[in-house]
Ligand binder design. Structure first.
Ligand code: GDP
Ligand code: CA
Length: 325
């Protein structure tokens, strides 16, 4: 079975580990969000691609959720000692090796797809990981800032998220450069040629949203022959981990499992979803989601360990068979 997954970072990576435990023989293509990508000290960093790569390659620090296992922080300590450039982003020494290879390849004129293929080859990934686009796009947020002349300030999403811990009031979120971006090689084919499309429990605004906003991608999902099934990243009215609740209101979406489902919409209605899984705590919202034309089911959605996550993947696959036309 060919399964294509639209992936952010930590939520997606954990889900993928469960999916592969349940379906080790599936041919999985992961379309990774690059809206989080940023340049630091001249290095091109792709946080979501790397989280998926390290997690599935066995090199991730699972306690932290991101970055390399057995990491040291000497370079960052040295950067901080100079006190001359911002140093809020956690760049470990091992991780920097990855960014050096990526940056060197891009500087030689290779594409992000080529750099990603080279990086993932080392980790012998059990999936094909491709970026959503080879063009440079970056998710930015506009926040309220009484100290600036316009009363608002624009910054990279990572600066908002990591430096400011999502504590500033968000006015808008946009993916800079995406209108002129093209899907990376293989993206549209992976969507059109899949037997199943999965939306893992990733951030709807800054992970899944940017992928869908690459021209052609939303339409490809909408018209794909395969069923589209998603798993809610919102459980009991809150993101399980992280701060996704800070961003949903900024795009006018209710922070609930049903809110995210209705935002993505039913395929029958020009939206994206055939099926949607909510956590058992949100069972009462199943009726509302079904009324919107999306087949919904309430099951445990906490990725506490690989077995629990594999069970979530199993239900997602079952639901896909139920909605397959
Ligand atoms: P990021 O790019 O590292 O922020 O990761 P993603 O966008 O892939 O995933 C972040 C989302 O995963 C957050 O909105 C969380 O609510 C969600 N998430 C994290 N752990 C769990 C879990 O155990 N269960 C569910 N349902 N969602 C989770
Ligand atoms: Ca991310």
């Amino acid at each position: 079975m060919r399964i294509t997954v639209l992936a952010g970072g930590i939520g997606a990576a954990r889900f993928l580990r469960g999916l592969l435990a349940h379906s080790p023989d599936a041919e999985v293509t992961v379309i990774g969000n690059t809206g989080d990508d940023l340049t630091l000290y001249g290095l091109r960093v792709s946080p979501d691609l790397d989280t998926v790569m390290y997690t599935l390659g066995g090199g991730n620090d699972d306690a932290r959720g991101w970055g390399r296992a057995d990491e040291s922080w000497n370079a960052l300590e040295e950067i901080r000692a100079y006190d001359s450039v911002p140093s809020w982003f956690g760049l470990g020494d091992r991780d920097i090796g990855t960014h050096l290879v990526r940056t060197a390849m891009l500087a030689e004129g290779r594409t992000l797809s080529e750099a990603t293929a080279a990086l993932t080859a080392r980790w012998r990934l059990p999936v094909r990981l491709i970026p959503m686009t080879d063009d440079r796009v970056e998710t930015h947020v506009v926040v309220e800032d009484p100290d600036s002349p316009e009363g608002r300030r624009r910054m990279h999403f990572q600066e908002y998220w990591v430096r400011h811990h999502a504590s500033l009031p968000v006015v808008t979120v946009d993916v800079e450069g995406v209108r002129d971006a093209a899907p990376a090689p293989g993206v549209l084919e992976a969507i059109a040629g899949a037997d199943l499309l999965l939306l893992p429990p990733s951030n709807p605004v800054v992970s899944v949203g940017p992928i869908l906003s690459v021209p052609g991608v939303r339409e490809a999902v909408r018209s794909a022959p395969a069923p589209v099934v998603g798993l809610s990243p919102i459980v009991g009215g809150a993101p399980v981990r992280g701060m996704a609740d800070k961003l949903l209101p900024a795009i006018g979406v209710d922070t609930s499992a049903a809110g995210v489902a209705l935002h993505l919409g039913a395929r029958a209605d020009g939206g994206l979803l055939d099926g949607w899984l909510v956590d058992e705590r949100d069972a009462e919202s199943v009726g509302r989601i079904r009324e919107a034309g999306i087949t919904a089911r309430a099951v445990p959605l906490m990725m506490t360990d690989v077995a629990a996550t594999a069970a979530m993947a199993a239900v997602a696959l079952e639901l896909a068979e139920e909605v397959r036309r």
